[in-house]
Design a protein around this ligand. Structure first.
Ligand code: AP5
Ligand code: ZN
Length: 217
């Protein structure tokens, strides 16, 4: 199965993708995470991506497509993938169509998480993640059950992203509206688009999303 989670920065793509991964045994594939790993490992792609990400702009299609293709053709992805943050441009969407066609796969659904801009800023500015396992948290909306200790792995160190500041968030939103939002029509035309109201509680959205996923798998 191939599921795409579309949505603006902070919409909850990562949060929901991790929940779907556990529930349906799919592999979450986040180009944001893959790029952050490349930056940390100081690969050529990572060096080229670093400043672009810090500015809140989109990394070049060439780099992102190469990273995605490498990851998606690894054996564990055969059980199915949830694409989180990819594609983000029409060029990337076309490259994905080609990649899937060459391996006889197709997109089950592109699910758009619908959130208002003001809400995204609130979600992003309170976000932090576990340094051990990457589980996502929020200052207001999702705190660990036991103070200062990750629910999933027990780690006590957490981190915040370099691009989660007010200025960069504004650029990320602009990039989303200009370059990524047109994909909603792209997938509507392909007949695979589903919209989900993502303004509510994490668990309610997860339940709606699971309903959609069961229908399309
Ligand atoms: P990326 O890592 O993909 O970031 P993003 O799209 O900005 O998305 P986020 O990770 O910020 O948000 P999310 O939707 O996953 O929300 P989350 O679940 O964490 O990309 C980063 C950068 O990499 C880009 O700017 C670009 O430079 C580059 N890049 C990546 N992919 C690329 C591509 N394909 N092409 C070109 N460049 C690319 O939730 C946010 C917070 O809210 C969390 O704290 C969470 O706990 C909380 N939360 C979640 N849901 C709810 C809810 N329902 N109610 C309350 N709080 C909630
Ligand atoms: Zn953890």
């Amino acid at each position: 199965a191939v599921l795409i989670l579309l949505g603006p920065p902070g919409a909850g793509k990562g949060t929901q993708a991790r929940m779907l991964e556990e529930k349906f045994g799919l592999v979450q594939l986040s180009t944001g995470d893959l790029l952050r790993e490349a930056v940390a490992a100081k690969t050529e792609a990572g060096k080229a991506a670093k400043a672009v990400m810090e500015a809140g702009e989109l990394v070049s299609d060439e780099i992102v497509i190469a990273i995605l293709r490498d990851r998606m053709t690894q054996p564990d992805c055969a059980k199915g993938v949830i694409l989180d943050g990819f594609p983000r441009t029409t060029v990337q969407a076309e490259a994905l169509d080609d990649l899937l066609a060459s391996s006889g796969q197709k997109i089950n659904s592109a699910i758009s998480l619908e959130v208002e801009d003001a809400e995204m800023v609130i979600r992003i500015s309170g976000r932090y993640t576990c340094a051990g396992c990457g589980e996502g948290y929020h200052d207001k909306f999702k705190q660990p059950v036991e103070d200062g200790k990750c629910d999933k792995c027990g780690h006590t160190k957490f981190k915040r992203r370099a691009d989660d500041n007010a200025e960069t968030v504004a650029s990320r939103l602009t990039a989303y509206h200009a370059q990524t939002a047109p994909l909603i029509d792209y997938y509507k035309t392909q007949g695979v688009l589903k919209g989900i109201d993502a303004m509510g509680q994490i668990d309610d959205i997860a339940r709606d999303l699971q309903g959609v996923v069961r229908e399309v798998m």
